[in-house]
Write a new protein. Sequence first.
Length: 281
Amino acid sequence: MQFQPSGCHVEIGTGVSNASVESVQAIKAIMFAMNESESLHVHDNFFIATVIPEHMISGFGTNLDWKHLKHCHVVRCSKVHTVFMTNYDGWPFTEIETFWAADLPMSHCIWSKGRTYGGSATRCFAKLWSIRLYSCPRLEFVLPLLWGIQGSYLHNLESLHIVNCGDLKTVFPVHPGLKKHVLEFPRLKHIHLYELYKLQHICEVKMHAPKLERVWLRGCWGLRRLPAVNQGSRRPVVDCEQDWWEKLEWDGLEAGHDPCLFERRHSSHYKRPLRRVSVLR
């Protein structure tokens, strides 16, 4: 992918380290630049563990909410553990539209599980329409939805594309107060998931995606549920392995969650990978 900077652009590349930044003046300057940035490109860095570390975020009287950031691209950063250290009692990421990450071998998450909020914050991530992740083998979750009141938190998310993230268990963890709810994904159209062997949930709670068009899955053997859809609308295409489809769990036609509401297309050539074992004694 060719990243296209926009507006006020920040780039973090080879040789940049944020561990030694200690002066208040330097930290405030960095925080100001990040809060004003519209695009962020982090690439080929072998020093940073997160874009902005916790010691720079807390204790200096300057909030970092990424209030103008629209596009973010993070690739080939071998030590990044968490891309964004995030708290959810403010209004972070109200403008972000696209996020792309690839080749992050140590990343545990994209957005961290920071301070939670008992209310609703539907402005946060409201403009995010695309998440694309490739080759992040230790990734366990992507974006926590840590607000305690029911809402549509990803109003504009259209595309979810995740490939070769073998440790990923849940894409969207949720606040404990939402565990019994159905979350709305009103514009979600495309889901592409490949080689996510530990994936159990796209979202920790049930999903409703009335505009879903296509689901493409391979190697997601732990996933047991698809989003519910609307009856009477065009059936979403689900391209998957036959044996995976046969193990799915359903809530029934009245809930918009029944096999007859989907158009199935089964792979004729993809087989579940066998575990490698030695024949030597």
